[in-house]
Design a protein around this ligand. Structure first.
Ligand SMILES: Cc1cc2nc3c(=O)[nH]c(=O)nc-3n(C[C@H](O)[C@H](O)[C@H](O)COP(=O)(O)O)c2cc1C
Length: 307
């Protein structure tokens, strides 16, 4: 058999849709290292094993090929920026990204939909990569939708499907922007609401939201989807995301309120009130679920299980 042209092979491999992960470890001197990887795969339930393939071209290759512990964070919709930071050379990746240490002291990415903490099970030589097999000793998981990747592009299936499934009515995209122990909200004639915008082009939901936030003088990084619901009476579809950020320019409609006070305010609709009360509760535990439903019925897909 003839060896396939590398560019054709790369393009054929790239046609396989995947999620996106950030794989992390610490060098012997304690310095954290990490890279974006879509070569992640589940391997075994008993024992619990996963794999990822670090390339020999990585500056951190030796660390991954010899580490005793590593972690895999599965990125959420809205974490494209983190995927790009961990795929880019020459930036202080951890300074730019919210993270915390797992039980082994290995950094894991905040807001990831799953965080697997592993001990190294086996390292298998494999051409210009190795196969790093990890035994999972702890994991955290949220019900939030994951970020996708195919043919060199990120996609957000949950967001896009939610947006596209709702052909009728207006789509409202919003962000609950946390700034330390405050949250930035928008004062509307009907009451408080997350910073939001309404638009017709549902395919570009997140781009519109980012533009809308910038127009309100808010610099924010969007995180996981937090609440996706229909208001059938008003023929509107709502998608709200968690975000962290700051108000860089004052805007007459934007207020910063302490999270602890959120239950005392009045909101633009009962659905938004319910969402903001849940946010106040979940913020204290730093553990956020995802609501799917309508204004009457639905379920919070809560973060679940620790092993
Ligand atoms: C979506 C995506 C998936 C990637 N998957 C892998 C992978 O599975 N293995 C790998 O070695 N590099 C992968 N990369 C490339 C590395 O992330 C990138 O080369 C690395 O961050 C460079 O790190 P360095 O500057 O420390 O060498 C991927 C990049 C992207 C954008």
């Amino acid at each position: 058999m003839t060896i396939p042209d590398p560019s054709i092979l790369r393009s054929a491999f790239g046609a396989f849709m995947t999620g996106v992960t950030v794989v992390t470890a610490r060098q012997v001197d304690g310095t954290p290292v990490g890279f974006t990887a879509n070569s992640f795969s589940s391997v075994s339930l008993d024992p619990p094993l996963l794999l990822v393939c670090p390339g020999k071209f990585l500056s951190s290759y030796q660390t991954f090929a010899t580490c005793t512990h590593f972690a895999v964070s599965v990125l959420a919709e809205g974490q494209e920026d983190i995927a790009s930071v961990f795929a880019r050379s020459k930036s202080d990746r951890f300074a730019e990204t919210a993270h915390h240490d797992d039980l082994h002291g290995v950094p894991v990415i905040d807001g990831a939909i799953a965080q697997f903490s592993c001990t190294t099970h086996q390292v298998v030589e494999a051409g210009d990569h190795c196969v790093l097999l990890g035994r999972i000793v702890a994991l955290e998981q949220s019900g939030a939708p994951g970020l996708g990747y195919v043919s060199g592009r990120f996609f957000s299936l949950g967001t896009e499907r939610a947006a596209l499934d709702h052909g009728a009515g207006t789509t409202i995209a919003g962000a609950i922007v946390q700034d330390g122990d405050h949250v930035l909200l928008q004062q509307t004639p009907a009451g408080l609401a997350p910073l939001h915008c309404a638009h017709a082009d549902r395919g570009a939901l997140l781009d519109h939201l980012r533009d809308g936030l910038r127009a309100m003088g808010v610099q924010a990084t969007l995180g996981q989807a937090y609440s996706v619901f229909d208001d059938t009476g008003a023929r509107t579809h709502h998608s709200y995301f968690l975000a962290t950020g700051v108000q860089s320019h004052p805007h007459p409609d934007v207020v910063a309120l302490p999270i602890i006070d959120l239950p005392t305010h009045s909101y633009a609709s009962p659905a938004i009130r319910t969402m903001m009360h849940r946010f106040a509760r979940e913020a204290s535990a730093r553990s956020f679920g995802l609501y799917f439903g309508d204004t009457e019925h639905g379920a919070v897909h809560a973060p679940i299980q620790r092993m």
